[in-house]
Design a protein around this ligand. Structure first.
Ligand code: FAD
Length: 396
């Protein structure tokens, strides 16, 4: 089949790898002019995720790039440590930078798929024989299937799903992250986190380049109106929210104007009543995502595996494959992709909330319980084995 995938971050290259390997003619369109860099470290917890990465053949590359995890030191304005969480709290079993993950998936898939950067779907028209697509560049083509792997604000979802079938919930917080020179001399062992009520400013060293560091800022806010393609506007929002704060915040904000990549988004969750139409299907954050604080990356990788596996098993009956893909995953991803506690955990809204969080998590028993909970979540996903199916999904 001729398949168009929208989005080249995690879900898109993952599904392109499987479908390309199975012999489909795959094109991936990405709105950014090149593979996007940036983003914090993402982690995989539990056997389900590492098993899929292993079956994809990308695990050795990812292991060679893993960060090793770092602790999280919550500090006061004078830099004194108030509470420290161990590396296993945020790092999981395998932690890599999101950009490294994306690049490895891209490199493993690009021999079997055509990547088109700097373009986006402008129009979709689904009919009995295929989906007619017009791109923003003016190019037109027809595909058998279209996969929306273009993130929480998916253009595929916007074009093909009526508004009333989609629920987008703003979870009261925003998150922003950008790269800065490591002028503060932060070591790779711990990232530093500074709070005032409703806000978090944090910075962690890039463990492979001591001269660089990555910020992560979180703030509580009602829904804001801004242009998602306008980086300057997003930078201005961050500046406005954090100007006047102490600690190293002024120094970290200084690096903002020069940042060419900025990850800025509301912490929100999306759900659709059904993940597919006749020939169009949603994958990863586009269909069942929560920005931040959920198991988004692992879920996107598993989603790609199950979608491609069901397509191989259904031998051309893509409708049945889409239904089985959703039936297998909907219940577990609804639980794992909650995301509603991320904002209030990182930036509690009150002084009392901040003190309570620090006191509770300072007790090893409680932070161990949280590590175990995250592990248990990933075990909710039941992993089918598609080996031996037509299309040879397992690398030989
Ligand atoms: C630059 C970046 C930084 C991130 N940083 C973090 C982080 O620090 N922490 C965290 O928890 N999560 C982060 N995420 C989100 C995380 O990658 C996802 O939650 C998760 O990995 C699921 O991946 P996904 O492929 O479904 O969606 P995403 O990773 O969101 O990828 C969607 C892709 O689609 C592309 N796209 C968007 N619109 C269009 C369009 N109209 N046409 C074509 N392509 C389009 C985007 O540029 C992106 O490459 C980041 C995502 C990106 C893109």
């Amino acid at each position: 089949m001729k398949v168009l995938v929208s989005g080249a971050s995690v879900a898109g290259p993952s599904v392109a790898l499987w479908l390309g390997r199975a012999g489909h003619d795959v094109t991936v369109v990405e709105i950014a002019p090149a593979l996007r860099k940036g983003g914090y470290a993402v982690d995989f917890r539990g056997e389900v995720f590492t098993t899929v990465l292993d079956r994809m053949g990308v695990l050795p590359d990812l292991r060679s790039l893993q960060t090793g995890g770092s602790g999280m030191s919550f500090v006061d304005a004078a830099g004194r440590t108030l509470m420290r969480l161990p590396p296993e709290f945020a790092g999981g079993e395998l932690e890599v930078l999101r950009a490294d993950l994306s690049r490895v998936l891209y490199e493993h898939s690009r021999a079997q798929a055509t990547y088109r950067f700097g373009d986006s779907i402008a129009e979709l028209r689904e009919h009995a024989d295929g989906v007619d697509v017009r791109f923003e560049s003016g190019v037109e083509d027809t595909y058998d299937l279209v996969i929306g792997a273009d993130g929480i604000h998916s253009v595929v979802r916007r074009l093909a799903w009526p508004k009333e079938r989609v629920v987008e919930r703003h979870l009261k917080y925003y998150v922003g992250g950008w790269e800065v020179p490591n002028t503060l001399g932060i070591s790779g062992d711990d990232s530093l986190l500074y709070n005032v009520p409703g806000k978090l400013a944090s910075v962690g060293a890039d463990r492979r380049d001591a001269g660089l560091a990555q910020t992560l800022f979180v703030f509580k806010s009602p829904e804001l109106t801004y242009n998602r393609r306008d980086l300057d506007q997003q930078k201005a929002i961050l500046r406005e929210q954090f100007t006047g704060l102490g600690w190293h915040v002024p120094e970290l904000l200084k690096g903002l104007p020069a940042a060419t990549e900025l990850y800025f988004d509301s912490i929100s969750r999306v759900s659709v009543d059904r993940w597919s139409t006749d020939r169009i299907v949603l994958l990863g954050d586009a269909g069942y995502g929560a920005t931040f604080g959920a198991l988004g990356t692992g879920t996107a990788v598993v989603g790609a595996y199950v979608l491609a596996g069901e397509l191989a098993q259904a031998r051309g009956n893509f409708r049945a494959a889409f239904d089985r893909y959703e039936a297998r995953l909907r219940k577990s991803v609804t639980t794992t992709q909650d995301g509603s506690r991320a904002g209030s955990f990182l930036a509690p809204a009150t002084r009392f909330g901040l003190t309570a969080r620090n006191r509770i998590l300072d007790i090893p028993f409680f932070n161990n319980q949280m590590i175990k909970m995250a592990q248990k979540m990933s075990e909710l996903i039941e992993l089918p084995d598609y080996s031996g199916q037509e299309g040879k999904l397992v690398q030989e």
